[in-house]
Design a protein around this ligand. Structure first.
Ligand SMILES: [Mg+2]
Length: 486
């Protein structure tokens, strides 16, 4: 009797598994697959789990959300973030979702933003806070999964490994990240993309904003991309789009249908081949960029800085901050260059090769030779300062011929000490006298790539002086001090 019952039950189980398997194979091929499939089926039919390789986190309206976090009265309001307050000629560098509803976007001119949304609140950017939150956000994500690449101040790519790659597991990591972000700030929201490669994960993250989660599975590629516009693809800007359209391609469906060699032809480089593979879900990263050759900073001068003697201080400030960045990268400069444009007059451009050096004092001496040769106009419009022919530290015999190694090393020690003090007590706690009058000009901005370290941001940007870090004694030092006191 028991044996007969066992036989019936085992047949029933097999029939159920078969029915489930058929249902599973007929399941629609939607991009988001939230249906959990039975582990029994996977085991019985040895089906491979569906996987993704990358998780991409993109914070929504980042700068505006941080301002709303810091100033509760701004929450729910249409906000435009501007680099300088009360200047009509500038553009919004970010907008809150309430402002986006009126058509205000990044790069919308202030004048246009006011036309589109008359009650918009324009808020001056405070880059230092955005970078502070950037580090807290990394820590929050890393409580769920390690960050592989910091793409920018508000974009992070995480590589999924082992069982993290299973869609169910990856999805729960994505929700855990969203939850963790709330502990950093209640106004923070992010869109997350899951995909077989980093580029597609970024595109997926862009598709469902705000607070979305989008998944591209390899089996749905490249069809899942057909709904996109050409300029939704990172790297297809207005000029590239023109070239693609010039080749008779106007939709993503047409672009995805192109053979690889045709893509290579349109891009004129291996980038076309890479895109062809990425659109199909192949997972590889572009090779590491070549070693840094040049570092530069440029600044459009406000009216008060246009006279030549004032602009000189601003140029030196740009030189000092570029030199700091170079030292952070552990590089030495083999050349200095400058570009100046004037409102009335031909632009001035000059550069010289120098013996490799990394200290600001020597670089400043070389720079001033170029500066003193520039035209004596008082209507400077913009400045660009460059350190060129960058390389790693040279061997001792390559020191400046007219300077003994001791003086070169002494200058370097002075500058290292200045860097260390500024890193600890805030930017420009100690500075060279040559930038005294210009030290509050040309504040550090957040670039497109990963942001510079926090100590690069002037406190003047938010009028808040960073309190000095409290010096903590080690237990040994404490013991010694107690001993002395006793
Ligand atoms: Mg974003």
């Amino acid at each position: 009797m028991l044996y007969a019952f066992y036989l019936i039950m085992s047949r029933l189980t097999a029939a159920t598994q078969f029915a489930l398997a058929i249902r599973h194979s007929l399941k629609s091929t939607s991009q988001i697959s939230s249906t959990a499939y039975s582990p029994i089926i996977r085991y019985t039919f040895r089906m491979e789990p569906r996987t993704v390789n990358w998780l991409f986190v993109d914070l929504n309206s980042y700068f505006a959300s941080i301002e709303a976090e810091l100033r509760p009265e701004l929450r729910g309001q249409p906000i435009g973030i501007v680099p300088v307050a009360d200047v009509e000629t500038t553009v919004c560098i970010a907008a809150s979702y309430q402002a986006k509803k009126y058509g205000v976007k990044t790069d919308t001119a202030v004048h246009d933003a006011k036309m589109l949304c008359p009650h918009i609140l324009l808020v001056e950017a405070r880059p230092r806070h955005y970078v502070e939150y950037h580090h807290r956000i990394i820590a929050a994500i890393e409580r769920c999964i390690p960050v592989h690449t910091v793409m920018s101040c508000d974009e992070f790519a995480c590589q999924l490994l082992g069982r993290e790659r299973e869609i169910q597991r990856a999805t729960s990591i994505a929700y855990a990240i969203k939850q963790e972000l709330r502990t950093v700030g209640i106004t923070l929201r992010c869109s997350i993309g899951l995909a077989p490669n980093r580029l597609l994960a970024k595109i997926a993250g862009d598709m469902d904003k705000p607070d979305g989660l989008m998944i591209f599975e390899r089996r749905n590629l490249p069809q899942a991309l057909y709904c996109l516009k050409l300029d939704d693809i990172p790297g297809i800007g207005s000029r590239m789009e023109e070239r693609v359209r010039g080749a008779g391609v106007s939709t993503m469906k047409e672009l995805c249908a192109l053979p690889r060699d045709k893509m290579h032809g349109i891009w004129g480089s291996v980038w076309g081949d890479r895109l062809w593979h990425w659109f199909r879900g192949d997972d590889f990263l572009e090779p590491e960029p070549r070693k840094l050759q040049t570092l530069s900073r440029q600044h459009i001068l406000p009216p008060r800085c246009r006279p030549r003697d004032v602009a000189r201080g601003v140029a030196l400030k740009l030189l000092h901050s570029t030199a700091r960045r170079m030292r952070r990268e552990q590089l030495w400069a083999g050349g200095v260059a400058v570009q100046i444009s004037y409102y009335n007059g031909k632009p001035y451009e000059a550069g010289i090769r120098i013996a490799p050096c990394c200290d600001t004092l020597t670089l400043q001496e070389h720079f001033l030779i170029l500066w003193n040769r520039s035209p004596m106009h008082d209507d400077l419009a913009s400045l660009a300062v460059m350190l060129t022919h960058l390389d790693t530290e040279p061997t001792a015999d390559l020191f400046v011929p007219d300077s003994t190694p001791e003086t070169a090393q002494a200058k370097q020690r002075v500058i290292s000490a200045v860097d260390a003090m500024n890193a600890r007590y805030g930017l420009n706690t100690v500075f060279l006298g040559s930038i005294h009058d210009a030290r509050k000009e040309a504040p550090t901005r957040i670039p497109f790539g990963p942001p510079p370290p926090l100590e690069e941001f002037d406190d003047t940007a938010d009028n808040v002086r960073r309190p000095p870090t409290r010096y903590t004694l080690t237990p040994e030092q404490l013991g010694r001090r107690r001993g002395k006191a006793g």
